[in-house]
Design a binder for this molecule. Structure first.
Ligand code: HEC
Ligand code: HEC
Ligand code: HEC
Ligand code: HEC
Ligand code: HEC
Length: 445
């Protein structure tokens, strides 16, 4: 280092120590005006801006379900139980980071058009200089707003800003600072980056960016040279295209022919071929993935086939039932007699891939901040294959001849009874079919 650079380096290190805070320490440490609006990047980075506008990243505060859960459940809960206030402010550390940094808590409703609406904005990500914690958790990013924008490519020049390479843009910790979350009771309510780290893709160096920000030939800015550009599409659970085929499915029967009073044994293999983490991941308290098996005989009669039990602890949460759950929504809603709503509303006996979040009474909750315990983790890990068996005793009224059996793997972002109860628009609980396959058996006399 030469004589001029050393003092500058020390000076900037001192400045950083004074200003750069992460997580809860950063609350209220900045103002909105420290950050540029996404629109100010759009004139040069037009495609990237349009991609980001379509992605959930720009809607993390304004999206309908976020607004409903935050304002109607979380903020109301903190009003009734002030010990929840810190955690409920913390929602914004990931969903409305500019509001969190500005200390504008709770931020105004989306309809009021405040800068909280920018969500996870360009300038928030591209002013991150470091991420703290191992593993990173709870918005532990360090953002230093200003003229310098950081990225993964060294040596770029821009007329609008100083452009600097920063190693954090090549590491999954950047994503993990918001995609891992611990609640006030010390429960890991989100662990996507940890699941990735423990899985096969981390060993191969296949990172979040490779699947969620794929590179394509083009220009990252109007005046830039052509090159491989990171697409800011962030496809996830809100993209049917991303979900479709994420899990591969195959099925076989042990006997091609079954006597009318016999039992058909059917095996279904499910392979997580596409996701770098478990499925479902992220908002696991809301999401539901389930396998339905149905048969249709020669006369067109339809039968729903329940899965065989494996006998592991907590298995009852992984099989479709008509039980009630989510009673703790009564706390924020001020209804102490609230009995809950049905747990999932999928065909009884379907196998469900999920991890239940349990409240202080051991009842399932979608209020992740109120979770005291996690139940059995029955999700499908990256590159894992799970086999489900169905022993189906022929019904008395079955017609002889060909019977078609269809296995359908379905997904919902939010369990339907909760969506209906809270008036969440239907697209949040619509069914996304992940995959489907069929096979045949012959029933003989
Ligand atoms: C006047 C045009 C212009 C505006 C406005 C602009 N940029 Fe850039 N930016 C560029 C150019 C040119 C490059 C270099 C692209 C290249 O050579 O590939 C660049 C590069 C970048 C990079 C890449 C850094 C790296 O090292 O990988 C980032 C990140 C970036 N800009 C962020 C932003 C953000 C955030 C905003 C809005 C706050 C913004 N830019 C506004 C022109 C602009
Ligand atoms: C969630 C954080 C995040 C947000 C939000 C975000 N970016 Fe990026 N951006 C990244 C990461 C990470 C990379 C580097 C990806 C890589 O190299 O694999 C990147 C790369 C870039 C690049 C360089 C692209 C290239 O490959 O040459 C530009 C320019 C850029 N971003 C601008 C923007 C603009 C403008 C916005 C808002 C419209 C934005 N970013 C929003 C994380 C983000
Ligand atoms: C500042 C916090 C923050 C950072 C950093 C961040 N994310 Fe996110 N991300 C969010 C939030 C909040 C959402 C949820 C948006 C919603 O549905 O409300 C989200 C949503 C997503 C989704 C869409 C999920 C869906 O349901 O469709 C993907 C994919 C994603 N992020 C990937 C990434 C990747 C890859 C990185 C690292 C480059 C990253 N995120 C960095 C906060 C962050
Ligand atoms: C090998 C490719 C791959 C890698 C690596 C990968 N993902 Fe994904 N991701 C997917 C696929 C496919 C889906 C859609 C299926 C699903 O929802 O699980 C997805 C879904 C998601 C979702 C939405 C999940 C939900 O249920 O709402 C988020 C958020 C996400 N990924 C974040 C990340 C983060 C953060 C990383 C890095 C730590 C990462 N992903 C690494 C392929 C990948
Ligand atoms: C550590 C960061 C972080 C914190 C803190 C956080 N979230 Fe999130 N939240 C995320 C990420 C990342 C996703 C997207 C995960 C996925 O796609 O599966 C998400 C997803 C959601 C969703 C589902 C969005 C959808 O459209 O399906 C809701 C609702 C939500 N969060 C509400 C909250 C509330 C309310 C709080 C506070 C009690 C909170 N979050 C705290 C990071 C966070």
């Amino acid at each position: 280092m030469n004589k001029i650079i050393v003092p500058i380096f020390i000076l900037s290190a001192v400045l950083f120590c004074g200003q750069s805070r992460s997580g809860e320490d950063a609350k209220g440490s900045r103002s909105y005006s420290d950050y540029e609006k996404p629109k100010s990047c759009a004139s040069c980075h037009t495609s990237i801006y349009r991609q980001w506008r379509q992605a959930m990243m720009s809607q993390s505060f304004t999206h309908h379900w976020d607004e409903i859960e935050y304002f109607d459940l979380a903020v109301e809960h903190a009003k009734k139980d002030p010990s929840m206030k810190e955690a409920v402010d913390g929602c914004n550390g990931c969903h409305a980071p500019l509001a969190y940094l500005a200390g504008d808590l709770p931020p105004p409703r989306p309809a009021e058009g405040s800068r909280a609406n920018e969500g996870v904005s360009c300038d928030l990500c591209h002013t991150i200089i470091d991420v703290e914690g191992d593993p990173p958790v709870n918005y532990s990013w360090v953002s230093v707003p200003g003229r310098t924008k950081y990225g993964s490519k060294p040596g770029l020049e821009s007329p609008h800003h100083i452009t600097e390479y920063n190693e954090i843009f090549t590491r999954t910790e950047l994503c993990g600072s918001c995609h891992n979350e611990k609640n006030p009771f010390g429960i890991w309510v989100k662990s996507t980056q940890i699941e990735w780290r423990e899985g096969p893709y981390s060993k191969e160096g296949v990172k979040c960016f490779d699947c969620h920000m794929p590179k394509a030939k083009g220009r990252s800015a109007k005046m830039a040279e052509e090159g491989m550009v990171a697409q800011h599409i962030f496809l996830g659970a809100h993209s049917p295209a991303k979900l479709r085929g994420a899990i591969e499915i195959s099925m076989h029967t042990l006997e091609p022919e079954v006597p009318y009073d016999g039992t058909a044994v059917i095996k279904v293999e499910l392979f997580n071929a596409k996701a770098g983490h478990k499925v479902p991941t992220g908002s696991v308290e809301d999401r539901i993935l389930w396998l339905e098996l149905a048969a249709v005989d020669q006369d067109g009669r339809k039968y729903n086939i329940p899965v065989d039990r494996k006998g592991f602890e907590g298995e009852e949460y992984t099989i479709g039932s008509d039980e009630l759950a989510y009673r703790d929504m009564g706390i924020p809603l001020g209804d102490t007699d609230f009995e809950g709503v049905p747990r999932e509303e999928v065909p009884i006996g379907s196998r469900i891939f999920r991890m239940p979040y349990l409240d202080e009474n051991g009842i399932m909750t979608i209020m992740q901040w109120n979770t005291r315990k996690l139940g059995v983790d029955y999700r499908i890990g990256p590159r894992e294959t799970v086999i489900e068996t169905y022993s189906w005793t022929m019904p008395e009224d079955i017609a002889f001849g060909k019977v078609t059996i269809t296995a359908t793997l379905n997904y919902r972002k939010l369990v339907k009874p909760v969506a209906e109860f809270l008036n969440v628009p239907a697209d949040e609980s619509e069914i996304d079919m992940i995959n489907q396959t069929s096979t045949e058996i012959v029933v003989y006399d």
